[in-house]
Structure formats: C-alpha cells, structure tokens
Design a protein around this ligand. Sequence first.
Ligand SMILES: Cc1cc2nc3c(=O)[nH]c(=O)nc-3n(C[C@H](O)[C@H](O)[C@H](O)COP(=O)(O)OP(=O)(O)OC[C@H]3O[C@@H](n4cnc5c(N)ncnc54)[C@H](O)[C@@H]3O)c2cc1C
Ligand code: FES
Ligand code: FES
Length: 1441
Amino acid sequence: MTADELVFFVNGKKVVEKNADPETTLLAYLRRKLGLRGTKLGCGEGGCGACTVMLSKYDRLQDKIVHFSANACLAPICSLHHIAVTTVEGIGSTKTRLHPVQERIAKSHGSQCGFCTPGIVMSMYTLLRNQPEPTVEEIEDAFQGNLCRCTGYRPILQGFRTFAKVCGGPRTAVALLLRQQHSGITVGRDAKGLYVTEKKDKMASDQVLLLQDGGCCGGNENNPNCCMNQNNHKQVTLSPSLFNPEEFMPLDPTQEPIFPPELLRLKDIPQKQLRFEGERVTWIQASTLKELLDLKAQHPEAKLVVGNTEIGIEMKFKNQLFPVIICPAWIPELNSVEHGPEGISFGAACRLSCVEKTLLDAVAKLPAHKVEVFRGVLEQLRWFAGKQVKSVASIGGNIITASPISDLNPVFMASGTKLTIVSRGTRRTIPMDHTFFHGYRKTLLGPEEILLSIEIPYSRKGEFFSAFKQASRREDDIAKVTCGMRVLFQPGTTQVKELALCYGGMADRTISALKTTRKQLSKFWNEKLLQDVCTGLAEEMSLSPDAPGGMVEFRRTLTLSFFFKFYLTVLQNLGKEDLDDTCGKLDPTYASATLLFHKDPPANVQLFQEVPKGQSEEDMVGRPLPHLAAAMQASGEAVYCDDIPCYENELFLRLVTSTQAHAKIKSIDISEAQKVPGFVCFLSADDIPGSNKTGLFNDETVFAKDKVTCVGHVVGAVVADTPEHAQRAAHGVKVSYEDLPVIITIEGERGYNSKSFLPQSETTFHPLKAKALKLLFNLQDAIKNNSFYGSELKIEKGDLKKGFSEADNVVSDWTHLSELYVGGQEHFYLETHCTVAVPKGEAGEMELFVSTQNAMKAQSSVANMLGVPVNRILVRVKRMGGGFGGKETRGIVMTVAVALAAYKTGHPVRCMLDRDEDMLITGGRHPFLARYKVLDVGGCSGQAVGFMKTGKIVALEVDHYSNAGNSLDLSHSVMERALFHMDNSYKIPNIRGTGRLCKTNLPSNTAFRGFGGPQGLFIAEYWMSEVAVTCGLPAEEVRRKNLYREGDLTHFNQRLEGFNLPRCWDECLKSSQYDARKKEVDKFNRENCWKKRGLCIIPTKFGISFTVPFLNQGGALIHVYTDGSVLVNHGGTEMGQGLHTKMVQVASRALKIPTSKIYISETSTNTVPNSSPTAASVSTDVYGQAVYEACQTILKRLEPFRRENPGGSWEDWVMAAYLSRVSLSATGFYKTPNLGYSFETNSGNAFHYFTYGVACSEVEIDCLTGDHKNLRTDIVMDVGSSLNPAIDIGQVEGAFVQGLGLFTLEELHYSPEGSLHTRGPSTYKIPAFGSIPTEFRVSLLRDCPNKKAIYASKAVGEPPLFLGASIFFAIKDAIRAARAQHTDNNTKELFRLDSPATPEKIRNACVDKFTTLNILDWVPGTACSIALKPAEGSGGLDMRP
Ligand SMILES: Cc1cc2nc3c(=O)[nH]c(=O)nc-3n(C[C@H](O)[C@H](O)[C@H](O)COP(=O)(O)OP(=O)(O)OC[C@H]3O[C@@H](n4cnc5c(N)ncnc54)[C@H](O)[C@@H]3O)c2cc1C
Ligand code: FES
Ligand code: FES
C-alpha cells in the first residue's frame, strides 16, 4: 500500500512530507528538517516545556479554529495532518519586530540562560491567542508545564502580568510596603516617578538610605565622588523598578498571523483514511468509527494513539516498538461531549483540556449538589500535568493506560463512572468498578475492543465527593497516593447508604477499599465511623515494608489522612445542612484541615539603589540593563551548541554506558548494533590514539577498559548517520559483566533512607522490581568499608576540651546522637551537555563547539586523548543553556568521545546527551552526612556542640562525610569549602571540623553552585537551631547573639573586614516585620490543629575565591576596529548569569563609550588561553578587572589622539591611532592578590572577601499530607555596589529557588544496585512556577561598596543559594509546633529531619495518631487494636495530633 502525503503548515508555510515516519517527532522535524531551532529539546518527555509550540486546527465539532499549546517532543509529525504549527520564530524576530510576549520577557529580565525562554514565550503566546486579556491566575496556570532553572520565575511572571486585565501595579504595592516598613520615613516619588525615602527623625536614622554622588573608580583614585567615600552622604534613591512597563509595545491581537486559508477551505471536505509508513512503524489515521473497529479487528495488537503522552514515552525511554499505530483523533463519536440525564458523556479521545472546560462550565451552571464528582475531577486536573499535555492527552488514554497512579481512575472508580466499550459487532456499557483493572496496566478490554466513551455522573442530593492527591511537587507531578472518595447518605439523615474509597499508588492498579467500606453501610457519620474506617484502611491498605515504590509509612499514612480530610469535609458540609445529632461535630480548630492549598495573588518587591545623580546616561554600570542576548533568546535566534546547523556528512554519536555499578567487563558484542541502518562504527578504548586516562586527577578513563565502576560509566560509543540510528545501535551493543562488590552509600541505613530508596514511579510497581528491592538490605556503605579518597581533611582552632568543659550546664538529651544527612542535587540545566567536533584535516587540528564552563579543560583533555599538542585544539563556547557547576568537568567524558569519533571518521560529529543520559552519567551535588551531638556540660569531646545557657556557642566538633562517587574530580575542594563554611556566620572559639571523601560506585559527584558551601552552612544552621531549642530561647536571638563582629577572625583565621552581615540581619528582621509575624504565626498555630506555620530567619556568609589559589586568574583581549566598534574577549563563559552583559558594562564605563559599540561574540581558547573554569562566583571579579586593564591599555594608546583632538569623537581617535600605526588590540590580566591558605598551619587567606545575606521565610504545612506552601520570603543581600541590579537580583532569586529545591524538593533515588532512577523531570522535581514564595521580596543592601572588586561590586552567583534553607528551617519550626501539640507542649524536643524536607519527611515527622497507627504500632493484623485504643476519657478515638 502506498503511503499518503502528510500536509501541515509551519509558521504560515505549507509543508508536504512524502515520507512521513511515525517515529519522527515534531521537534526533530522542526530542528533538523526545517532548520527551525528556536524550539528546544530539554527532556523529550513532556516535562520541561522547552519544546512548546502552538498548534491550531479547525475543529469540526465546535465549528471553529482552536489554538492550543503542545510539546513538540511528544507530538508525532503524523498527528499533524492539516494542522498549523506556530513556533517561536513565527511570532517575531529581532530582525523585524519582536512580539510583545518576546519583548516583555526580555525586558523584564525573565531570560537568563534563555534555554527555557522560547517554550515559555509560546505558552504565553498561546494563552493570549485564546484570551487576549487574561487574568493573573490564567497567566500562572499557563506555565504549569514549563520549567526554568535560572530565574526563580518571579521576573517571568512579573513581566507577563503586564498583559493581565487588572495589572496589579507593582509600584503601588511597593509604595505601601515602604510606608509600612519604613515607619518614620516619608516615602515619596522623585521627578522620574521613583520612590525616594527621606530622613524624618533621629530614631529612624538606620532606615535612611545613603548615597554618594558621582561615578565610581573602584576606590583606586583620589576621587571625591568615589562610591567608597562615605563621608559625603546624601539621600539614596531607592528603586523598585527593574523595568518600565510604559516602554512595552502594546499587544494588538489583530496583528497575529492568520490561520492558513487553505486549511480553512478543507473544513467541509470529508476526511479520508490516511496511512504513513516509516522505517519500523505504520500509522493509520481512521476517519470513521467503522474504519477504526475494522482496523482494530485486523490489527488487535495495534496501539491507539491520541495524545501520545504515554506511548511516546514508552517508545523513547522504554525502547518499545509498536509496529502499527491507529489514530482515532478524527472520529466524531470519540470526540463528542453529551449532557445526558445521568451525567456528562465524553468521547474517549476528548482531550483533558476539553473535559476540564466542560466540567468547569457545568459547575458554574448546575446546582451544587449535582456537581460534587465534577469538582473532584477538576481538583485532580488542577494539578495534572501542564497545559501542553492536557491539550493533547485524552481521557480514554488515561483510563486505558491503567497506570496504578493515574489521577483520574480513582475518581472514576469511586464515582461510579460508566464506560462504553465497543468492537466490531459488540457494544457494552459497564461501571468502572474494582474489576475493571485486573493487573498491572491491565483492563477488561479485549484485544479488538476500544473504549468509546466515559460517562461521569452527576452527584445526587445527600452525596458528597472529594478527590485528593499528594505528590512531591504540587504542579505537574506523579502522585505518591491519589484517591477519590464518595459517600451517599440515606435521604435526610447522616446514615451511610453508599461509601466508596478508591486509591491509586497503593497497589499495582487502582483499588477500592471494599472490605472497609462495606462495613460502614447504615452507620452514622461520626467519630465511631471515623475510627472504624481508619481501622479498616490501616489493614486493607497495608503495604509490606519492601513494597515497590518505597515510602511505605508515608503512603499508608496518607490513605488515613485523606479519609480524615474527607470525613471533616463532609462534616463541614453536613454542618451547613444542619442535620441530626447522630452526626459528629466539627472542631473549629480542625476546619483548616479541609482547605486545599491554592495559589494566592503574588506580591513581589525588588529594591535596589539607584545610580547616583549625575552619572552619565551612557554609563550603564549600576543600572538594570537587560541581559544583552535576552531578545535573541526570546525570539529563538540565540544559538546554543546543538543549534549550530548540521555540517555536510555530519555523523551522530551515542554513548554506551555500563548497567552495572562495579564489574569486570567480560566481553562487548556489537553484532546487533551493526545491523542498524546507518551504523558507522563502534569506538572503544582500543581506538584511542593518545591516552585513555582522563579526569582532573587522571583517575578516570575515556572508555572503561577492563572494569566499570558505576552505572553510567562510559564503555564505548556508537557513531551513526542520525541520532535515532545511533540510539538504536547503542541499545544493540551488549556488554557482559562479572559482578564485583558494590559500595553505594556513605552509610547505607542512615545516609539514604532505605525505605524511600526507590521513587514512587509506577514502573517500580512491576513485580520483577520487587525482587530487586530485597537487595536493599545488603547495601554496602563506604564508612563501614573504609572506602575513602585520601586522608582526613581538618580545620582546628582553640582548645576543644577546654571549650566543652566551660560550657554551661544546659538541658540536653545525652543520648541523642545527632546526625544529619543532606541529599544530593541534580544540576538540571535546561540544555544538556552537547559537543560538535569538526576535524580540520591537517596537523591534528580540530575545532570543537562545546557547552562547557571549562573550555581549557575540554581543550587539554581532547589533546591528551588524541596525543596532539594543545595548540591544535580549538574549543569555542557561544553560550550555555545553564551550567551551575555541572559543566565544569563532567561533560568532558562525552566531549572526548565525540572528538575521537571525529578523528576516526574524518567527519564532523555531534552529540547532545538525552536528559536521562545526562542525569545518569554526569553526577551532581555531593550528598553529605554530618555527625555531631548537642552537648551539655561535662567536657565530653567528640562530635558535639557545646554552648552556654544564653545560647552562646563555645565549642563545636563536626565530622563531615561526602559521597564523592567513582572518581576524585572536585570532591577535595568541595569538602574544603564545606569546612570553611562550617561556622556559617558564627563565632565559635573552639572548633574542629573534619572531612572525609567517600569513594563509592556512583557517577562522580562534582561542582554545583555553592560547591560544598551549602552543605557546610546547612549543617551549621541545623545544630544552631537545636541549640536554640535546647536553651528554650528564640532562634533568632541565639543566632544574632553568635554572629561574628567586624574584625573578628574566622575559624580559619581570616579577618572579617567590611562585615555587613549584622546590617543585613537587622534590615531583614525589620523589613520582614519578624516580631509581629512571629506572634501571628503562634496565634495561627494555636487556632489550627492540622495546619501549622513556621517562620525562620537565617544568615549566610560566603567566601569568594577559588580555594585553589592558582585558579584565581583571568585574561581578556580587546580589539578596537576602525569603525570604533569594540570586540571584547575574555576567558569566562556565558551560561545565563549575565557575565557578558556585565563585562560590556565594565568596558563601556572604562572606555567611556556606549554599550552599543561593544560586543562579545564567544569564548574561545585561541583568543584568551588557559582560562580557569567559569565558577566559584569570581568571574565578574577576575574578568571584569582583566577587561578593565585591557581597556586602560587601549585608553593610554588613544590618549595622544584624544589630546590632539579633544573635540573629536571616539571614532576619530580610533581612526587616527590606526593611521598612526598604533595597535588597537590589547590584553588584560588579573590575579587575585593575597590568597594562600594552609591547612597545615591554619593560616593565610582562603578568600579575597565574603558576600553576605539574610533571608526570612514563612511556610505553612499540612500536617496530614506533608504538603507545604511557601508563604513569604524576605531577602537582604549585600552585593556591594551592584554592577547591574537586575542581573544581581536575578541571581539572588534564581539561587534562592535552586536552594529551595535542594532543601525541600529535589530527591535523587537509586536502585539498590546503584542505578539512578530519577532520570528526568517526571521523577526528579525541580521547583516550578508554583513553588516560589507567594510574597517574594528581595532588596540589595544599600551603600556597601566593596573595595576588593571591580567598580566596588561583589560576587553574587553562589552566595544566595543557601538562603533557600530558610524554607527548610521554617518547615522544621512548623513541624515542631505540630509535634509539641502531641507531646504536652514540649517545645524542647529534638527530632531529626534530613534534607530535603519532602512531603514524605514532613508527614512522617508530624507524629500523630495516624502515623502512630501506621508506623510505630503496626504489626499486620494487630495495628488497629493498639492504635485505636480510645484516648482516656475521650470515649472514642482522639484524632488530635
Ligand atoms: C508530562 C506528563 C505529565 C503527566 N501527568 C499526569 C498526571 O498528573 N496524572 C496522570 O494521571 N497522568 C499523567 N500523565 C499521563 C498521561 O498524560 C495520561 O495518561 C494521558 O491521559 C494519556 O492520554 P494520551 O491520549 O496521550 O494517551 P496515548 O499515549 O495516546 O495512549 C495511551 C494508551 O491508551 C490507549 N488508548 C487510548 N485511547 C484508547 C481508546 N479509545 N480505546 C482503547 N485504548 C485507548 C492506547 O492504545 C495506549 O495504550 C502525564 C504524562 C506526561 C507526559
Ligand atoms: S523537551 Fe519537550 S517537554 Fe521537555
Ligand atoms: S533562563 Fe530559564 S532555564 Fe535558564
């Protein structure tokens, strides 16, 4: 049979594809076939939104054109027949005109690395096409399927809120805030409309903002206007405006591209069956129901594909092949929506967005008692994936996938939803009850049957329905447990007529608690029923301790917690109906337990110091200049490594990695790989012309030769003609192993919570996986096996013994062994590692385009592997889509393989790691284990904190262990930094910190923003909070008391100069209204039993410098061309942090020319050689100074021409110099002075200076589910005199949100054999739009010039990350309130809470009757009798915590 032509439109242009392959996704087609590379690949699994496009089609049923967003990575091109695709390139460009959406995200600083930006632009664009005047809520909802790792989301939302109907004027909010915060200070506007504070009286003098007039010379000149000169104080202008909305182009919906008229003309032409034949798969688009049923009879094994959100994942990530795919998307019966007498019936191919809209309309129109079930479905859909998935995924697809953690199936099962199932000649309608799913991913459907429609029933009078879901992250996450609950009462009573409790996440299928519910018929809705149901559920919903999915206690507790919530919700509703007294009564302090967390209107404030009056308009230093590439990033024009157009004859590489954590390689068989079309070659260690040794310390291999030491260890590589063929061939390479003993953990039982070792991913429900779990308890750990790199690292100061003996006698728990585990973190830069290698054909020359922070190391590693001098290898870096330390060293394993492939084949070779490979291979932040004990008096030493009754710390000893993985990489320096930060900001007279690096069979862990600092700081704050608790003193008082003072020496004997931390602290305490809010929090906690709030303020002090002194150097090369334009080169790389923008600002001020004359093209090893990695936050400092030096050289050379022609222009002087044969090219170099710490002598400076900050966060936790909401965060950050407040605030917010992820959200899970399970956004949750604090206030400390860095600025990249821990400690505070309620108000109880504080840990820590029922007393079959013993005198189950 011949294949049909596929016809669709892209950005208004018709595309006719004669050989449409069903395996080709729209994303691959756009990028490779059409050359439209604005749409990005971030994950390939619908989880990040980087690939978002808008699809438009004529909807025959609705008789109108519809626009919706979709993930191009999941959309097969075959599904696009007669559809119009709009990509980011189709809406605007810097060459013509940016679309207002593109303009606003760029100008509001919502694009840092920019890799997520096109996807976010397209989500917003699609919303505006459907709703030109959206509400703020609609804007926030539009981004549920988009992730950004850089910005912290606030600027994106703020920029886009300007499209909202009622645009909440930030200025008004700020004015109010300032009035509140600066009581005693008049807040007014200056001539420009900016907010200005004025000194009003003496009392408020600390609030008066100071400013110095004039420009800045970095304190190097005798300049009366110097910003270092604090004598000439005038009032500061405080700006809350990082952008001016008045500059924005208006949105004009009439200007949008029209729907292709050709497609519109087709609307009345009948659709006919289509067939597309690919290399391995046939796609048949059925046009009628009869055709569909005939096809299914012909091909019973065929899959029906609607949204492909399930099948697409199985094909890509589970390597499954479905040779015949039938698409039913056009069939009217499968797309219809009918309002019947008993409910609303949806065709099985109806998209979830259609279901959502229909039910929302019904809820608005119908009486409340009829829409209880609809509300339940809507509640599940609210947190179900993003718009992109909901717009394409079908309701039938969700049901038939039969996932045990489907969110909809428990709701359908509990509500009595009816399913109509048809095949050729048969039709049956059945209720979706407990018999429908009869095994893991198995339904009652026969092979020839299809699901035709789903009828969701109206609820009846006296019927109540609720749905609950708990996941790691509220937005777009797979449930841990999900459920639908329904009760129907006998008319006019509270006597149960029907009760259904259905759960997902508690078995290998959706299940109903039949045993429990049957017993409740005719019972009254009161405490007795609650008690019985909990008893029943505890037994019926039991999971064995090694149940697949882990988190056993948490999941079991959730089944009870959800029912308790349902019980209370129904009580609340019954209360409204005023029924008889057989019914329980709702305790008012329980009422908030029924409330679900919703999004509240955000309130954001960013404050920074305006540039001094009189600063030249052209001088951009200190101004919020947008990232210079932001507009190109927003329009999709910015070129990332994989956007470089394909070379002729280019080949593609795929790595072959180990599946074993520690094993001998017995053999490698490539025969299957060779059969794959397009296979070119397989590369192994034997092909390497130079050295197979690589890694920072030559302790790694390019390709494993005899032995593998982690899952993900690179064994070889396959080269083929397409990425798809390379992937298939790589899967075909079979490596056989002989297992060796494995070490995975620092300390297995404690370091990793063994019971939550595996994620609750549905694949782990597979019976075979259960077997693997048994191995869990045989884990070996590094400490037990003495498996370490090198010897112990140590910093010691004072006399520990004396310190401990001087400590006061304070109340403490002698037996409490304090240990703390800080989990690792995946970088999750949106752009994965990528390299393109181009062999030059002579003298061993090779040019490489690499997404790396470390061009020098990539260059030398390739040269070493090829056995050529370094001067033959050129590495070029245009920009990265995020780095965060992950692109400092670990990408080299792939870069050298690509270089080898290019060398061997003589062709250009490309590799961009898939997200799952990237996460598997490249390591992340080091997990840490710390040991110490909160000590009372007695002189006992050994891992302890000694302190006085007042809370003053006198002695500290902490042992730190990190999980370094299978190579040393940067682990030594990471541990050094952890030890340097073990004091956080506190003066500890007697101290000893030790560090050991555990050698394990995990992929090598590496640099990650903060570089060990966050771990060390976190441990410090942890024991500090325990000291405060033990002393019974307010934590903020104990912290403040222990802060260093100006001139103090740290524990590594560095003097603190310009110690601005107390200022940050006091300002943050005041601006956050800490004291008043603390009272509010206490009041809230008294009034609410099951929701608790916590408030915490913490400081940070972060050392600035590489701790390895030689790395603290930087070079620059500046060329001035005869037209006056300037090309700046420097050794730093741009990864979104705005380094190039800041360098242009520096050059602009130094040369006194506008930024528009200056350009930075890329970073390359042949312009500035031997550059240190762009890391340690120091790049602005070192390259800024190097650029400054180069500019000075140029200026000196131009000086004679300027003197000769003082009225001339920059261009005149440049041309005159050129004509006089004066060089217009200059280098600059800078090395950071006075560094050189010695661990032996504990002397010498470890750092050039410190950056300080303070954060205060408030959270609310749901004690029943472990969910939490970040209510408000206030940050005050000292970044010196900011070079660019927009970029600096962006760094503060972005780092804070990354820290929030580290400490409360992101969790890596490994199999017992050391294989990473969390390999993509579906299982590894980084913060999303909804994760940020509802109120997010950031201010840059005013008037704090730093004389040690360029133009008085300070480094900012890493220091704010730790402040995310303020959320963790606020959570711990809230948990303490919950536990105190349970323990006679014992607020001095110490309890362990490891990082991250996930819902599982929060729930398990909020010990109450439900957790007790499930964990402590649980013995199968006996739990209930113990746990449900009525509380004395209560006469029933006391459900108070
Ligand atoms: C990023 C992302 C987030 C997600 N989030 C969630 C979530 O929060 N909660 C949740 O429950 N799920 C979630 N899912 C799962 C998925 O979206 C749903 O299961 C979706 O409804 C599947 O629909 P589809 O049309 O895309 O299915 P497809 O992939 O097209 O098909 C899925 C299966 O259903 C079968 N099928 C489809 N229609 C019929 C029919 N009419 N008759 C018989 N068989 C049929 C197919 O043969 C196939 O086996 C998510 C998926 C992704 C990719
Ligand atoms: S690349 Fe498509 S959603 Fe991530
Ligand atoms: S700007 Fe969003 S991921 Fe970098």
